[in-house]
Design a protein around this ligand. Structure first.
Ligand code: ADP
Ligand code: MG
Length: 706
């Protein structure tokens, strides 16, 4: 009576119906029965998406699908031995022409009078005749055609197939039939890992219904419900991972309960800093100090727009750590930034006797050895450096706090590594980012962190005006303006863009650009150069010369994107702004307006400027608010692309989209928190636990679950 259950891990080779055609699936990454069930259609055709020819105008700006029968077809010879193939497609409402200019030899074997199929593509009208060039062809079975024509509403699934599948005899129609049989055969044996009670809480259908709905939907509504289930699973696993990580951090890792904010810190704030902390800075400091006093290690994200004064926060927190007898590390993404932070720290802390050590890749061997010795001595000090610090973190036996600046440059995995240095005591961790992170992304990528916000700019800042410039027309005027501003005492950055992912090519572009400016538009002005291949001292010298006005124009590659602080800078020219991402442009803009003078940021774009690039530039012209910029960026680019989500080691999201599915995401967060808080080891839900381990195991192992 009782049915045998198939393991979902069953190799694809043993899945009935697939048999010796498994190779094509394996190439597509489908290795098990589970993978096969999750091998979902890339789209569907149904009567609601298929357009009657009679209703088309040729002005549709999207792809359409037409279901019809080939009435006539012929090959037409053209010059130079070429030919094109034309067919007339009829449906009950009208007629359209289909045209192929390539692969006509194959096409003529497939497209013959009498064939009824679905054709997808863009339609245009040519001499009053509708036509579609190189349409996508979907063969339909007789039954499918009848169903569609009778308006039975069945949706036809289109699976991602291709050459590998065709090689083993699986064209789109056969692949569909195969999937249909697999679903029919195995679905009744699928067990859900969520018990009914949880399905109700999650508000989703069970797994069988979900697969049925996604592979063989009878309506869009049904499909949506099925898809929602698959999305919810992904979001729940992600949120369980974060909820669990938070719990783990609290229970497993012993942190440091800092004793006091002493004299040194007080002197730093009251005597050394040349300004009063903003209200936001004070509030954030209170949040941080509250964390630092607790035994439990701090895991905090500090968000604050460019120029909001995060560095000072880091310095104060690190000084507290040193004063309490610990080492404090500040990790930054570039050498130039490390150097800058080093100089800033020295300026404020030297008189107070707080040692500051700089550790970068470019230090000379002897110097490096000496600094490493200082670090491994465990002497309370502030240590500033690049990624090198992660490798050397273990040697900081006495590490009390780790600050990571400009987090978006590092992956989640790198951050977690720093947070778990493999000793039995975990340092407090403060992660800082200047690229504001929309809520959905914060919940997804930084789910294990508490969040602080610097939502107020230090006083006395000038305004920044953002100006879009058409490089083909207004470049001369632009540099005439720049010359005038510089002659009036301003300082101008000119950034040349990423040519390729190559520092060398970028440099060439910047050098060339500088040459051209010095010969032409900016003749007679002193123009400096800053690029990533310069030595640290050279970079510092170039920036110094810029700040002092010795070279009031600084041509640069994108090295200055992150964090560079020259308050005197007033003009920012971004050449080929159309090639930059939104967040990057916002960062570049943040390099000016840091002093009291009014500033301008010129985004110079050269036609043809694509739609996306235009949207980015428009967004920046309209707002200075980093949060709006980030939301827009997320909208334009999608989450996968941002902040290295793809490489971040987050559990994969194939179905869910943290932007579009924000409602589901928030629900998942709440339910996952509840679950882990009441039953951290998921004792009551063994099947869910198993699934969780399967999906998130690598990360959990990595955190060394006891
Ligand atoms: P962020 O790292 O957030 O981009 P920084 O920490 O580099 O910003 O600060 C930008 C500039 O503002 C620096 O020159 C810094 O000295 C200055 N600054 C920071 N806090 C204040 C404040 N409370 N009042 C005035 N100036 C400040
Ligand atoms: Mg900074």
């Amino acid at each position: 009576m009782s049915e045998k259950k198939v393991p979902l891990d069953l190799s694809i080779r043993f899945v009935r119906q697939v048999g010796n055609r498994s190779e094509a699936f394996e190439k597509a990454g489908v290795l098990t029965l589970r993978d096969l069930l999750y091998y979902t259609p890339r789209r569907y055709i149904d009567r609601t998406t298929a357009s009657p020819i009679g209703q088309l105008t040729g002005n549709e700006d999207r792809e359409v699908t037409v279901i019809g029968t080939i009435a006539d077809a012929r090959e037409i010879r053209m010059k130079k031995g070429k030919s094109r193939y034309e067919a007339i497609l009829d449906d009950p409402t009208g007629t359209m022409k289909l045209i192929w200019f390539r692969r006509t030899n194959q096409i003529k074997k497939w497209i013959k009078p009498g064939l009824t199929a679905a054709f997808s593509g863009k339609v245009n009208a040519f001499r009053f005749q509708l036509q579609m060039a190189h349409p996508d062809l979907t063969y339909l079975s007789k039954g499918e055609v009848e169903d569609l024509q009778a308006g039975k509403g069945k949706m036809i699934a289109l699976y991602p197939g291709g050459a590998d599948f065709e090689k083993v005899g699986l064209d789109a129609r056969k692949l569909r039939t195969l999937m249909d049989r697999v679903i029919g055969e195995y679905l009744p044996q699928i067990q859900d890992f969520w018990p009914q009670e949880w399905l109700d809480k999650l508000g989703v259908v069970n797994l069988r219904e979900a697969f049925e709905a996604v592979h063989r939907p009878r309506s869009i509504e049904q499909y949506r419900k099925g898809m929602e289930r698959l999305k919810m699973d992904e979001l729940m696993m992600l949120q369980l991972l974060w909820a669990w990580t938070r719990k783990y951090n609290r229970r497993k890792a012993k942190g440091i309960a800092y004793k006091q904010v002493g004299e040194t810190t007080r002197d730093l704030i009251e005597k050394e800093l040349p300004f009063e902390l903003t209200a936001a800075q004070k509030r954030v400091m209170r949040e941080i100090w509250t964390d630092m006093r607790q035994q439990e290690p701090m895991s905090r994200l500090l968000q604050g727009d460019v120029g909001s004064g995060k560095t000072v926060i880091a310095l104060i927190a690190m000084t507290i750590a040193v004063e309490n007898g610990y080492q404090a590390a500040l990790m930054v993404p570039t050498e130039i930034l490390a150097e800058q932070h080093y100089l800033t720290s020295r300026r404020f802390l030297e008189d107070l006797g707080v040692p500051v050590v700089l550790l970068t890749g470019s230090a000379k061997a002897a110097e490096r050895r000496e600094r490493l010795a200082q670090i491994s001595s465990g002497r309370p000090s502030i240590i500033i450096g690049t990624h090198a610090l992660i490798q050397d973190a273990v040697q900081m036996k006495n590490l009390g706090i780790a600050v990571i600046d400009e987090q978006h440059r590092f992956g989640v995995a790198q951050r977690l590594k720093l947070m778990d240095p493999g000793t039995d005591r975990r340092p407090d961790v403060l992660v800082m980012t200047a690229t504001p992170i929309p809520r959905s992304l914060a919940i997804s990528m930084y789910g294990d962190l508490e969040v602080s916000r610097l939502d107020e700019m230090p006083p006395g800042r000038g305004t920044i005006k953002t100006i879009a410039v058409n490089g083909a027309k207004d470049r001369d005027n632009l540099y005439r303006d720049i010359r005038k501003r510089v002659e009036q005492g301003g300082r101008a950055y000119v950034v040349f863009p990423l040519v390729a992912e190559s520092e060398k090519l970028d440099l060439a572009a910047a050098e060339e650009g500088r040459e051209e400016l010095m010969q032409g538009a900016l003749k007679g002005l002193k123009v400096g150069l800053l690029h990533g291949r310069m030595k640290v001292e050279e970079k510092a010298a170039a920036m110094q010369a810029f700040a002092s006005g010795e070279t009031p124009v600084l041509v640069s590659t994108t090295v200055i994107e992150v964090g560079v602080d020259v308050p005197e800078a007033t003009e920012m020219v971004v050449e080929h702004a159309e090639r930059f991402g939104l967040a990057q442009l916002h960062q570049l803009r943040g390099r000016v307006g840091r002093g009291g003078r009014d500033s301008r940021c010129y985004l110079v774009a050269y036609p043809p400027v694509g739609e996306v690039a235009r949207a980015r530039i428009k967004c920046l012209v309209h707002t200075l608010d980093g949060f709006l910029v980030a939301e827009e960026d997320l909208r334009i680019r999608g989450a996968g692309d941002m902040f290295g989500v793809k490489q971040s080691g987050m559990p994969p999201m194939r179905f869910a989209d943290i932007v579009e599915d924000q409602g589901l995401l928030l629900k998942a967060k709440k339910l996952a928190d509840d679950l882990i808080n009441t039953d951290p080891l998921m004792k009551a839900l063994p099947t869910v636990k198993k699934e969780f381990e399967r999906v998130a195991l690598r990360k959990v192992e990595w955190l060394e679950v006891g």
